[in-house]
Design a protein around this ligand. Structure first.
Ligand SMILES: *Cc1c(COP(=O)(O)O)cnc(C)c1O
Length: 359
């Protein structure tokens, strides 16, 4: 006799981001800005004041206050998490009973379906159209038909880089009043005027997720936030593990959020470079036709449909550039202006080579 893993764990593989060293990393939608040197000094000073022998603040109050101030929300609506990944896990496991119905959309962030399967949820998938949009009326109909207890989607979406308009999201919230709507706004910093952060007091079925890993440029620390009305916020604070975020991450997040101006400059730079990258990729494709479709982008990355996903991915990898590959699709995070130029050069290089070989 030997110990047997439960079935849902037996075939599971650890999360496996692309391996190796790359000169240019465009695979994980991180910010290409490293931490400003002056702010880094300030961070180190602040870290020096931590009582390392003491447990962290269970509610990360200083970080939450700085976050709330940055996004202009009331701090009483904010819960800190160990990355928004932890918050997705807590919400999927604690706000539903096993066997409850979860609706996700596809394509979308893979972690939603992953946690649904681990927590024994009844998962229903609503497929997007080929242009990666979906009709909210059809979606609402689908959710009602499946008796959804919870829906979760990213807006704007990872990986499609497309977004659902604010008025449409409101319609979902209003039509699905007894269903929990989890809105992952990880990339909303890059899409102006569409956030629902200002609306959390008006919907008692809404949770918005934010992260420090993208526009804020802190993927190296684990810090995410849930923003929701008081009923949900109280439940989240009560059900999370007491010390889910550590003193260092709290202090670092607090310090960075207080530099509002720099964060805003960085975000607008990223938006600008993403737009240039999208334009250049479209021009590139008009010349070489190796992509079937390049989607419009409301994020810091671009999404491409192509039968050549494998070869583009591996040729870039050989040239020390990491991007993300899905079945028949590619996702490329925007890099700095210089990184994007190198990306385009390397793409041209091997496409030229392929064409010459084909002659
Ligand atoms: C990157 C990302 C997150 C961030 O997760 P963290 O755990 O905070 O790093 C959340 N949702 C989506 C859709 C993402 O792409």
């Amino acid at each position: 006799m030997s110990y047997k893993l439960v079935k849902k764990l037996a075939d599971l593989k650890p999360y496996d981001p692309i391996e190796g060293e790359f000169e240019i990393r465009l695979d994980a939608n991180e910010s290409y800005f490293s931490l400003d040197e002056k702010i880094k000094t300030e961070v180190f000073e602040n870290l020096g004041k931590i009582d390392f022998n003491r447990y962290p603040d269970p509610y990360a109050r200083d970080a939450v206050r700085a976050f709330a101030d940055f996004y202009q929300v009331d701090e009483k609506f904010v819960t800190a998490g160990n990355g928004s990944d932890e918050l997705i896990s807590i919400i999927s496991s604690c706000f539903l009973n096993s066997g409850d119905n979860l609706v996700t959309v596809s394509p979308d962030f893979s972690m939603y379906a992953f946690y649904a399967s681990i927590y024994g949820l009844n998962s229903f998938v609503f497929e997007k159209k080929s242009d990666m949009t979906f009709s909210v009326d059809d979606f609402i109909f689908f959710c009602k038909e499946k008796n959804a207890n919870m829906v979760i989607f990213s807006n704007p979406c990872n990986p499609t880089s497309c977004g659902v308009k604010k008025s449409d999201v409101k319609k979902i919230l209003e039509e699905l009043k007894n269903c929990l709507v989890v809105l992952d706004e990880a990339y909303m910093d890059f899409w102006e005027g569409q956030t629902l952060l200002g609306e959390v007091a008006n919907y008692d079925n809404l949770i918005i997720l934010k992260t420090c890993s993208k526009a804020i440029g802190l993927a190296g620390i684990r810090m995410g936030f849930a923003v929701s009305g008081e009923k949900i916020t109280n439940a989240l604070k009560a059900v999370k593990s007491p010390y889910n975020t550590d003193s260092l991450s709290q202090k670092i997040a607090e310090t960075i959020f207080l530099h509002k101006e720099l964060l805003e400059i960085n975000t607008s730079e990223i938006i600008k470079n993403n737009k240039i990258l999208l334009e250049k990729m479209n021009k590139f494709n008009e010349k070489y036709h190796i992509f079937d479709r390049i989607f419009p982008s409301k994020t810091n990355f671009i999404f491409i449909k192509t039968k050549n996903a494998d070869v583009v991915f591996s040729e870039l990898k050989k040239r020390s550039i990491a991007i993300r590959k899905f079945n028949g699709f590619l996702r490329i995070s925007t890099g700095s202006g210089r990184e994007n130029i190198i990306l385009l050069e390397k793409l041209e290089e091997f496409v030229d080579k392929l064409e010459k070989e084909g002659e």
